[in-house]
Design a binder for this molecule. Structure first.
Ligand SMILES: Cc1ncc(COP(=O)(O)O)c(C=O)c1O
Length: 361
């Protein structure tokens, strides 16, 4: 059996047909930037996530950078971020001229709750990352941020549709940033992203920044750039959104199959909260000290896996920074992502579970 970690060619034929039909509909309309599809995407996401404003943009990295710029974070400012996340979270802080201050994660990879110790007189913001789809405890984080008067930018690139006490990921902080990269649990057929905010002022600033500083053509109010979403991607996302709940249900069913198949193995840790509503099951990351051997063993059996992420950011050349970061480092050495997507087959999960059990016995 050959089971790729993720192969987007495997989408259901029905879903592919709906995407093709959206493409031809949009080709006939001839509107490729802005327009109804973008407006519709923003309004249905605002309703679903209960965000006052949803601002589509070119990708998730831009969403984070736009958020920092809208909050006027720049040279001389420090921004606290977890030591283990996708590189974008740190990159954007450097891109706006500020300094990323890394803090360790907890055992699940979320910013450790004692991040208060990283605060200095220069700290302007904190970026909690809802890594793998699991949400940081946002009520506690917001309480701490308010105490120190810090901005909060949620990196919700992996957590579209996670809710904590009926409030969605991305709607607790000043700005929430989403990625619709094709491999995400809500992905386009190309690059796309979004900022969420409940502030009318930030909504306006982000919209200005992503469109050359103009709300009305040729009336430039500030220096901006082009980070507009492609209308075609908004159209594809609108098609995907109709299936979003179904695809999430499938993810949870498959995650539960793994959970039932893999519990009780000595030396293997399973992400227990993956079935809860504050986890999107975007990634299913197991942990074992024998991670590298297990990865090779599974590869020999035709099973693709991935590592999110093999390095912690403060160890990487552009972000070099001292510190122990024990939990983050452990996760980067022991975490292994198993195939989990709406198109995997039950027999494939059974095969993967058996292979993992065989490895450990
Ligand atoms: C945690 C995290 N932050 C930011 C991003 C950036 O999103 P994008 O790839 O759309 O720029 C990603 C996506 O890869 C991500 O996983």
């Amino acid at each position: 059996m050959q089971i790729p970690f993720l192969d987007l060619k495997r989408m259901d034929e029905e879903h592919k047909a709906a995407l093709k039909s959206k493409f031809s509909e949009m080709l006939d309309k001839g509107i490729f930037s802005g327009g109804d599809e973008v407006n519709f995407l923003e309004s249905q996401i605002s309703t679903y996530l209960k965000s006052s404003f949803s601002i589509a943009c070119a990708n998730g990295t831009d969403a984070l950078e736009l958020a920092l710029r809208a909050l006027e974070i720049g040279a001389g400012d420090e921004v606290i971020i977890p030591a283990m996340t996708w590189v974008s979270t740190a990159e954007v802080v450097v891109m706006v001229g500020a300094t990323p201050v890394f803090w360790d994660t907890d055992a699940d990879g979320l910013l450790a709750s004692d991040w208060e110790k990283a605060i200095t007189s220069k700290t302007k913001a904190v970026i909690p990352v809802h890594i793998y789809g699991k949400m940081v405890d946002m009520e506690s984080l917001m309480e701490m941020a308010r105490k120190y008067n810090l901005f909060v930018i949620e990196d919700g690139a992996q957590s579209f549709g996670s809710f904590q006490n009926v409030k969605s990921a991305g709607t607790f902080g000043d700005v929430g940033c989403l990625s619709f990269y094709p491999t995400k649990n809500f992905g386009a057929l190309g690059e796309a992203g979004m900022c969420l905010t409940n502030s009318a002022e930030l909504n306006k600033r982000i919209r200005l920044l992503l469109n050359h500083g103009q709300l009305v053509r040729d009336e430039h109010e500030l220096v901006g750039r082009n980070s507009r979403i492609d209308s075609i991607q908004a159209g594809f996302l609108n098609v995907f959104f109709e299936k979003f709940d179904l695809f999430q249900t499938r993810r949870k069913i498959f995650a539960n199959m793994y959970l039932e198949g893999l519990t009780g193995i000595d030396g293997l840790q399973f992400p227990t909260s993956i079935l809860k509503e504050d986890h999107t099951a975007h990634l299913l990351v197991i942990q074992t000290v024998r991670r590298d051997d297990l990865k090779l063993f599974l590869r020999e059996k035709g099973i693709g896996t991935a590592i999110h992420y093999p390095h912690i950011l403060p160890d990487l050349m552009p972000f070099r920074s001292d510190g122990k970061f024990s939990n983050a480092r452990m996760l980067s050495k022991e975490g292994l992502s198993l195939p989990l997507n709406p198109w995997i087959k039950e027999v494939e999960i059974e095969y993967i579970v058996k292979a993992i059990r065989d490895f450990f016995t």
